[in-house]
Design a protein around this ligand. Structure first.
Ligand SMILES: [Cu+2]
Length: 332
């Protein structure tokens, strides 16, 4: 009888650790580091993460045509942006109260720098920094089969980022900065995702649909455009500690609804609510590093570098040159 029950326990354990289940216990068990909400955790697991993101924007564009500062002035604007960089630090936490639910929280901070030029030929720059919009939400497992899994996510983005960033400009001291220099949306936003993951012994792949839906208007009298995102990647595991990935990412985002009355849309393109929408396709290369066992087991590092191959902007608008995301994750 004892023998029979231990045989049953063994059989039960064999089904649970079925090698046909999708597993995160490999370097490419997490998506490229630029993808959020990509994976879930087992019951009782925690994860902390830190990401550094850098975005470099260079020059102006209308549709798919590049514009010089002179082209921007010819359209009647007094000021043209030349270059913008954004550095973001994002802290993340995950906790799984069950195998089917993982809770996610993200706390981002950023610093934005913009170099500009006036029609009279004067260069100046503006800077803003601080807390962005904190998001909290959860992931829910929809299905798992043959080393594949699919889950849905929903987060609520809170209006913790400022929409009243100011700096000195040639127009005056302590001026309200244009929309792209603000820290947050100012609205409660819904961030839905659906993620599909699959793997074989050495390869893995995934796809994610995501979006940002703005609810209502912010204190300044506008709401950012909604955003939609589709991404897909393939990764190759080279050893139990390293994998590389290739990813394509498409996004589309709308113009601003309403306006901040303190901004003059005739002054500079970035202050015009109708110069904010666009669509973009990026390609990105990444590496994941993972410590599967021994000392520091459960630690991960990831880096991913991307650049647009297609960019169609409601302009004149600043165009993206390249991006990099690097991060550390630790689960226990
Ligand atoms: Cu995690």
């Amino acid at each position: 009888m004892a023998l029979l029950s231990s045989a049953l326990v063994l059989a039960d354990e064999a089904t649970q650790s079925n090698t046909d289940d999708w597993t995160s216990d490999r370097p490419d068990g997490h998506a490229p580091i630029g993808v959020m909400s990509d994976h879930m955790h087992h019951k009782g697991e925690w994860m902390l993460s830190y990401r550094f993101m850098y975005m470099d924007m260079d020059g102006m564009r209308n549709g798919t045509d590049n514009l010089s500062s002179q082209d921007v002035f010819a359209e009647g604007y007094m000021v043209s942006p030349k270059k913008m960089t954004m550095e973001m630090h994002m802290l993340g936490a995950m906790y799984a109260p069950s195998d089917d639910i993982t809770l996610v929280a993200m706390v981002p901070f950023s610093r934005k720098d913009m170099d500009l030029e006036t029609k009279m030929g004067m260069d100046f720059s503006t800077e803003s920094s601080g807390l962005n919009d904190i998001s909290i939400g959860g992931l829910y497992r929809l299905a798992s089969w043959d080393q594949q899994t699919i889950h849905a996510g929903l987060s609520l983005s809170l209006p913790t980022g400022s929409t009243d960033e100011r700096d000195d400009t040639p127009m005056g001291s302590n001026q309200v900065l244009p929309y792209p220099m603000q820290m947050g949306s100012g609205t409660y936003d819904l961030l839905p995702t659906v993620t599909y993951l699959g793997q074989t012994e050495c390869w893995s792949w995934g796809a994610q649909l995501g979006g940002a839906l703005r609810m209502g208007r912010n204190d300044e009298g506008y709401s950012l455009g909604n955003r939609g995102n589709a991404t897909s990647w393939i990764a190759r595991e080279w050893a139990d500690w390293v994998s590389s990935s290739f990813r394509i990412d498409g996004s589309i985002w709308g113009n601003i609804d309403g306006a901040n009355d303190d901004l003059n849309p005739m002054m500079i393109p970035t202050a015009d609510p109708k110069n904010q929408g666009g669509k973009r396709v990026d390609l990105a290369l990444g590496f994941n590093f993972y410590k599967p066992d021994g000392r520091l087991a459960g630690n991960r590092l990831g880096i991913e570098v991307g650049a647009p191959v297609y960019q169609d902007l409601d302009g004149p608008q600043m165009k993206t040159d390249w991006t990099v995301t690097a991060g550390w994750q630790y689960a226990w």
